[in-house]
Design a protein around this ligand. Structure first.
Ligand code: ADP
Ligand code: G6P
Length: 476
């Protein structure tokens, strides 16, 4: 049993994210078990909080009454209640059917509903109130992602003593797209309640600054927004990363190595293993990838007795129509490719629609010859950096130019996933380049990920936050 945190206990570091690092699963007997939550935010922040004292305020993943607060490792988890209509209107609606598509280049059309916005304000207020309760005097509060953009200003009203930082794990859209959103000024004002705003890439920060300049009565100089009340807020790029040392250690573990060898064997010891690992999300370019692979098999450029493709597609946001449709399309295409090309007794494309333990993921990364990452838009893409950490000198990455990771991993085989012919050529090149070329590229990428790991990211963010002026100019 986990020790209970007394309700009045407060913390110097408070994380606020829509999800807790673990999801509650209530069994038929009413007993709760916990499993790791999906997505890159949790992967990164779990590593960051490892060994740090702090509270994490977030939703436990099920509608209804929130489970009691509890301690996990050194972290104090404070579940926030989301009722069924909050889940539908704030989480599925405003967050994932409006903000998510707008912030990802409107790959699917965004929907706008007034009820969703009301729910978004309601739930953001609840988060701000919970944070206000657990934050110690002068605490550092780190708010995460697009679901909680109003929290900084709401929290500042409740607790002017705390230092507030916000980090956006996803892209920030060009102002022409951002402008479509009803209540767009409210979002900017919500964010400007923070002392420091972190983005994945410089263009994301620039988009935010441009939106402020265009839509608010503020002055923007360099990367600083100057507000009428004398406060100023800096917005800059702090690209997120992975736990390089932890992954390296896992990948070097003999049991994991053994498992990687076993995976290769189970796949029939093919000459080439191609791997994709993504949440089943329309931003990830899964259909483009399958199209390219299917055509390469069709043309005979790839021989299914020599090459296998493993696609891990984590279930995600399954009640939303766009996600259900995507799943249908992907599964149809997987069936078609296997039906047309799989040899008897093996599969050209192994499709895994479920979650795996960390060690199994690392073994898969280690086993794969080429990682294929083809998002149409992605804030960073941690999977690409994880693959780098799991390989010594071998392996290769085909990487979409539309990911944040492409900025840093410039030695990957970069591609435009919309250009299917080029994508096919790039996959073949990544497969057939000589080992020396793979080594040079992987070494260069490894240096990047090693020096800019997730701890480096967190320290960078927190240093920026501490350096922020906090009080208006002239105040003490
Ligand atoms: P996103 O945050 O959009 O899901 P990222 O690539 O940044 O994309 O992060 C995904 C994270 O989830 C990575 O840490 C990856 O290893 C992990 N992951 C993805 N699929 C699975 C899966 N099926 N089982 C376990 N972990 C997964
Ligand atoms: C991305 C987002 C996270 C989100 C995750 C999983 O990584 O940036 O905020 O938690 O996807 O999505 P979900 O909707 O299941 O929380």
């Amino acid at each position: 049993g986990d020790p209970q945190v007394p309700a009045q206990r407060t913390f110097d570091l408070v994380i606020a994210a829509n999800r807790l690092p673990v999801d509650a699963v209530t069994g038929a007997d009413g007993k709760i078990t916990w499993r790791r939550s999906p997505g890159g935010l949790v992967t990164a922040m779990e590593s960051v909080m490892h060994g740090r004292e702090g509270a994490w305020v977030g939703w436990a993943g099920e509608p209804g009454k929130a489970p009691r607060a509890f301690t996990q490792n050194s972290m104090h988890l404070r579940p926030v209640r989301l009722d069924q209509d909050d889940v539908v209107d704030y989480y599925e609606g405003q967050s994932n059917d409006c903000l998510w598509p707008i912030y990802h280049d409107a790959i699917v059309p965004a929907k706008f509903r007034r009820r969703w916005r009301t729910a978004y304000e309601r739930v953001n207020t609840r988060f701000a109130e919970q944070v206000a309760k657990v934050a110690a005097p002068g605490a550092t509060v780190w708010v995460h992602d697009y679901q909680l953009q109003l929290v900084p200003a709401l929290l500042r009203k409740l607790r002017s003593d705390v230092r507030i930082g916000w980090f956006n794990h996803i892209p920030f859209p060009p102002v022409e797209l951002f402008m479509q959103m009803p209540g767009r000024e409210g979002i900017l004002e919500g964010l400007l309640g923070a002392d420091f705003l972190g983005f994945q890439r410089k263009p994301d920060a620039a988009n935010f600054l441009r939106a402020c300049r265009g839509l608010l009565d503020v002055t923007v100089r360099g990367d600083v927004v100057h507000l009428p009340d004398g406060r100023s807020v800096r917005a800059s790029a702090v690209p997120i990363s992975v736990d390089y040392n932890g992954l390296r250690e896992l990948a070097g573990d003999p049991a994991v190595q053994q498992r990687a060898a076993e995976i290769r064997e189970q796949l029939g010891d093919p000459k080439h293993i191609l791997l994709g690992v993504d949440r089943l999300d329309y931003t990830k370019g899964l259909r483009h990838r399958l199209k390219a692979y299917g055509e390469l098999l069709q043309s005979g450029d790839l021989d299914p007795s020599e090459t296998v493709f493993v696609q891990v597609a984590t279930p995600s946001r399954e009640r939303l129509a766009a996600y259900r449709e995507l799943r249908g399309q992907v599964e149809l295409e997987v069936g078609r490719i296997n039906g047309e090309h799989s040899p008897i007794g093996s599969t050209a494309l192994t499709y895994l629609h479920r979650s795996f333990p960390r060690t199994e993921m690392v073994a898969l990364f280690a086993a794969a010859d080429v990682l294929i990452v083809t998002p149409l838009r992605d804030g960073m893409n941690l999977v690409a950096k994880e693959y780098v950490a799991c390989h010594a000198d071998d392996g290769a990455i085909v990487l979409s130019e539309f990911t944040g990771a492409a900025d840093e991993l410039s030695r990957a085989y970069l591609c435009n996933p919309h250009d299917i012919d080029k994508l096919k050529q790039t996959i073949l090149q990544a497969m057939h380049d000589p080992p020396g070329e793979h080594r040079r590229r992987m070494r260069s990428m490894r240096r990047t990920v090693m020096t800019n790991d997730v701890q480096h990211w967190a320290e960078d963010f927190l240093t920026n936050l501490q350096a922020a002026p906090h009080k208006p100019k002239g105040h003490r």
